[in-house]
Design a protein around this ligand. Structure first.
Ligand SMILES: *[C@@H]1O[C@H](CO)[C@@H](O)[C@H](O)[C@H]1NC(C)=O
Length: 381
């Protein structure tokens, strides 16, 4: 864990998608229909961070995610680069700090690229009861599997529930559990997808996170259970269903979720999304700190690459939380040759404008118009 960080805490999140079970009687799906769903959890109204928001499972990295005890468990893999996850092609100097940080210097033999994946697996177990592990004895075989399954046959339900409450109590118990059940967190199924830094709060002080986003594809939708404390509700929906509920003001999602659901929408088939996420993840990713701009008629959340994105963004939040502008959205759009921004008209009315070529072989979010017509290159969602 990086205790030197003053302004934010390190966290990991999984965009967990799973194939839909089809009944044999089901009619042939429409060509533009998704054949997978994504897991979203509704945070409790009492939660300290984004109450009532629908979020992907995830949470804070703990010291136990970096524990040397993982070395023994991962024994056959520990000598491979990143325990067999592999190395990204991205040059170290452009790598997001959370991945570039030398963890050995911070006293942990577990690389960040491994520890944040362990964190993502642990948090998914804590929050949703979905255990993304593989049996230790044939981990090598599982590692190369194209689309993995979630494991529930390691122990019975009551045993699983017991472990889950122990892990929620103390994250170190996740190591004990893996040792006892002879399993390993499936770090190899976690494909690096992005890195979002919580922007400076528009409404005073809020918790800020430096969050690694992974994408994990499962063959089938697994059982999910709820954690009453932080999460009150969970839902498996297609990306277009979530975006429609958001537009219809039935659910609220934060801008990163909005943006990433739009990016996933480029793929209607689970196998295509999986192949893309897996091959793209070796390219690496950029750290994104959204910078708020208050226009006269809306809020604009600027992302790196946008013409208006500051050359030296204020990471610490010492200055004002939002850059003021005397201009309207229309004027701001006209003045910017390069668009990479999320425009927030109100809490539920959001659009992404992207005309830059995304770095690291990523894709821009698909527009809602394109979701129907598949023809629009200018990504307005
Ligand atoms: C969690 O468990 C570890 C190892 O058993 C122990 O060292 C640590 O103090 C525990 N933490 C809490 C908050 O109980």
């Amino acid at each position: 864990m990086n205790t030197a960080l003053k302004h934010w805490k390190e966290a990991a999140t999984v965009i967990l998608v799973a194939g839909m079970k089809r009944s044999p009687a089901a009619s042939v799906p429409h060509k533009s229909a998704f054949n997978y769903k994504v897991l979203l959890l509704k945070r409790s109204g009492k939660s300290g961070f984004m109450p009532n928001a629908h979020v992907f499972p995830g949470g804070l990295a703990e010291a136990s995610d970096f524990s040397p005890e993982w070395l023994d468990l991962f024994e056959p893999f520990r000598t491979l680069p990143n325990f067999g996850v592999g190395l990204v092609k991205q040059p170290p100097e452009t790598r997001p700090p959370m991945f570039a940080t030398d963890r050995l210097k911070l006293g942990s033999p577990v690389p960040g690229d491994v520890a944040f994946r362990i964190c993502a697996v642990r948090e998914t177990f804590e929050e949703a009861g979905v255990l993304l592990v593989v049996p230790r004895k044939d981990a090598a075989e599982h590692r190369s599997r194209s689309v993995p399954a979630a494991l529930s046959e390691l122990c019975d339900r009551s045993e699983m529930a017991r472990w889950r409450s122990l892990v929620i109590q103390n994250s170190s118990n996740f190591i004990h559990m893996c040792r006892e059940l002879q399993c390993l967190p499936n770090i190899w199924a976690m494909h690096e997808w992005g890195n979002w830094l919580t922007p400076i709060g528009l409404h005073g002080k809020q918790r800020r996170y430096d969050t690694a986003f992974y994408l994990c594809c499962l063959k089938d939708i697994p059982d999910t259970v709820q954690d009453e404390k932080e999460i009150v509700h969970f839902e498996w929906s297609t990306p277009s269903e979530v975006l429609r509920s958001f537009r219809d003001r039935e659910v609220w999602i934060a801008p990163p979720q909005f943006y990433d659901l739009g990016r996933m929408s480029n793929f209607h088939l689970l196998s295509d999304l999986h192949d893309f996420a897996k091959s793209r993840s070796v390219e690496g990713c950029e750290q994104w700190l959204p910078v708020h701009l208050a226009a006269t008629d809306c809020h604009v959340s600027l992302l790196p690459g946008d013409s208006m994105y500051p050359e030296t963004p204020d990471y610490t939040g010492k200055t004002k939380s939002s850059l003021p502008s005397e201009k309207s959205l229309e004027e701001l759009q006209k003045e910017s040759p390069n668009l990479h921004r999320i425009v927030i008209h109100d809490l539920y009315t959001t659009s992404a404008y992207v005309n830059i070529t995304p770095k690291y072989r990523h894709l821009p979010p698909l527009t809602s118009a394109a979701l129907n017509s598949q023809s629009n290159h200018d990504s307005k969602l």
